[in-house]
Design a protein around this ligand. Structure first.
Ligand code: NAG
Ligand code: NAG
Ligand code: NAG
Ligand code: NAG
Ligand code: NAG
Ligand code: NAG
Ligand code: NAG
Ligand code: NAG
Ligand code: NAG
Ligand code: NAG
Length: 473
């Protein structure tokens, strides 16, 4: 019943629309974009945050005022350039203003204010005094892109500000890394209480960052702000929100509402160093690096091949990456980017890329992997002729290195050999004849003592066992 009723009203609207409705609702400018507040009583567009007095809007065409009777209802209109947009009005406490489907001037319409929807616009109409209903009224209406926009009008019985409360920044600023190469991160925060007129995002007070904002929820007017970070700027990031209040349509005065700001220091992770690449198989390589960063990092390894750069490996804390499936006879270049894992100690943007290392994958199969890995260790400097030279050459050139595991020829692995020379055991080599004699005697004595002790030990070894058994029993 109800749905058929509203369907009939809708049909009625469609039929009567060209004549009667154009008289009630103001025209929507068809050559503009976006959304706006329109006040027919003053025949003017209102800037958002304009302050108007309750005597500037009604639920009828107020013909006794300075504008002549034009048939347009002197409500406060919230308009969108999307002719099908549906808008909603909210009270200062963020509850929805009751909507009314009946005609303007119908006595059963809600009091003191009600909302009435038309295609592309919604009217805020007043029937009674606004005592107890003053404050910032918000209209949420989608623009031609379907994005909700919020327009604010301060409505008071006098033209003075009652509560000059500006927007507030939420305490949390979240960091979201979207892409490492090209760098795309975002810093997100919410602005509450009312949409900001101005939103400034700067680094070191000099560089301005671009941002986007979205009305997250109309009723409480939370504006979600996303600041795009596409450059590795280290420094002090500051977000400032503020509002301008337009005192009223006549005074042209602008009063700054109390603003809010938040700043945080953002760093850039240190780039990995000492990059090396070595062949570990006929079509596999190992890329290794070191990293001076103190906070935990993950690493992303990129490969450049045939002018194409792509991410080929992700490691968590490890500083090696095994890259498989390379093509024999082709050349590859690698670099690594460090990405900070721990944001509790502050936000670190991904590092610059490391130095590049290149390697050519030999076309012929190497005889053993260990020798070829030795050959490729300092592959950056390798010329094609050196790579193509047979692997048998290598052991004769550096036999000592080929003994070491292919992972890394660390200095600590080499040290034990020279270290043995200084060993205390071999230091008392220079013996005199007397000492030799003494030593022989001592040796005999030692043998005797050892034999004796051996006997004692053999006895004592059996004794405790008995004791133990006794204790157990
Ligand atoms: C805007 O509307 C006017 C009449 O209301 C019409 O003459 C004009 O062509 C329209 N312009 C566009 C861009 O639709
Ligand atoms: C829209 O049209 C009106 C009158 O038709 C004109 O005064 C106004 O400048 C136009 N606006 C834009 C943005 O073109
Ligand atoms: C006023 O609105 C009510 C509810 O929408 C409706 O039932 C009634 O017929 C309307 N009265 C007039 C005079 O339009
Ligand atoms: C919000 O304000 C309206 C109008 O003043 C009132 O009717 C409603 O009860 C209020 N809601 C809350 C949750 O305070
Ligand atoms: C912003 O508010 C929305 C909901 O109102 C919430 O889901 C989101 O997590 C908030 N974002 C931040 C950065 O606080
Ligand atoms: C914020 O930006 C606006 C213009 O976008 C500028 O007029 C205003 O001075 C800026 N405010 C601050 C605090 O930098
Ligand atoms: C726009 O806001 C209204 C509430 O005012 C909500 O119902 C609607 O889902 C929002 N639309 C979008 C696209 O966010
Ligand atoms: C910002 O200032 C800090 C400290 O002076 C400096 O280290 C940093 O490089 C600056 N950032 C930019 C992007 O200028
Ligand atoms: C790589 O790009 C450079 C310049 O962009 C071009 O001169 C070169 O021919 C390209 N090489 C390949 C293998 O596509
Ligand atoms: C981040 O680092 C801090 C201090 O170094 C440590 O207390 C915290 O547990 C770390 N958090 C994570 C998630 O690793």
């Amino acid at each position: 019943m109800k749905s058929t009723g509203s369907a009939m009203i809708f049909l009625l609207f469609l039929i009567v629309l060209p004549n009667s409705r154009c008289e009630e609702a103001p025209p929507i400018p068809n050559n503009t974009s976006g959304v706006r507040l329109y006040l027919p009583f003053k025949s003017r567009e209102l800037q958002t945050y304009s302050i108007i007095s309750a005597e500037m809007f009604y639920d009828k065409d107020h013909s006794t005022t300075d504008t002549s009777s034009d048939g347009i209802v002197d409500a406060l209109w919230c308009q969108s350039s999307d002719p099908e947009a549906v808008g909603t009005w909210y009270f200062p406490n963020d509850t929805e203003v009751p909507a009314f489907d009946g005609e303007f001037g119908n006595d059963s319409a809600p009091r003191p204010v009600f909302a009435k929807s038309f295609d592309g616009q919604v009217a805020l109409a007043r029937r009674e005094g606004l005592l107890g209903y003053e404050g910032l009224y918000k209209c949420v209406i989608p623009d031609e892109d379907g994005v909700n926009q919020t327009l604010v009008a301060g409505i008071y019985r006098t033209r003075l500000y009652k509560a000059n409360e500006g927007p507030r920044l939420s305490s949390a600023v979240t960091y979201n890394l979207i892409s490492v190469l090209p760098l795309h991160a975002s810093l997100n925060f919410n602005v509450t209480r009312s949409p900001p007129t101005y939103l400034n995002c700067t680094v070191n007070d000099t560089i301005s960052l671009s941002f986007s904002r979205t009305v997250l929820d109309g009723p409480s007017s939370v504006t979600g702000v996303s600041v795009a970070v596409t450059e590795r700027y280290a420094g002090r990031y500051e977000f400032i929100v503020s509002n301008n209040r337009v005192t009223d349509s006549e005074a042209n005065g602008i009063v700054a509402a109390i603003g809010d700001s938040r700043s945080l220091t953002i760093g850039v992770a240190e780039a990995p160093t000492g990059l090396a690449v070595m062949l570990t198989g006929s079509t596999t390589v190992q890329v290794s690096w070191s990293h001076p960063g103190t906070t935990p990092h993950r690493y992303e390894v990129f490969q450049v091949h045939n002018n194409r750069t792509q991410s080929v490996f992700n490691t968590l804390m490890d500083t090696t990456a095994n890259i498989k499936g390379l093509t024999q006879g082709e050349s590859y270049t690698f670099f690594v980017i460090a990405i900070s894992l721990n944001t509790s100690s502050g936000i670190l943007l991904p590092s610059e890329h490391s130095t590049l290392v290149s390697i050519s994958i030999p076309s012929n199969k190497p005889s053993t992997t260990s020798t070829s890995s030795t050959l490729m260790r300092s592959s950056m400097a390798l010329t094609p002729s050196l790579i193509s030279s047979s692997s048998q050459v290598v052991p004769t050139r550096s036999p000592s290195i080929s003994q070491f595991p292919s992972s890394s020829p660390q200095p600590s692995v080499v040290r034990p050999t020279p270290g043995n020379v200084d060993d205390p055991d071999t230091s008392s080599v220079g013996l005199t004849a007397g000492i030799v004699l003494l030593s022989v005697l001592s040796f005999i004595l030692l043998v005797l003592i050892v034999a004796l002790i051996g006997g004692i030990v053999a006895i004592s070894m059996t004794k405790p066992k008995k004791k133990k058994n006794q204790n157990k029993a």
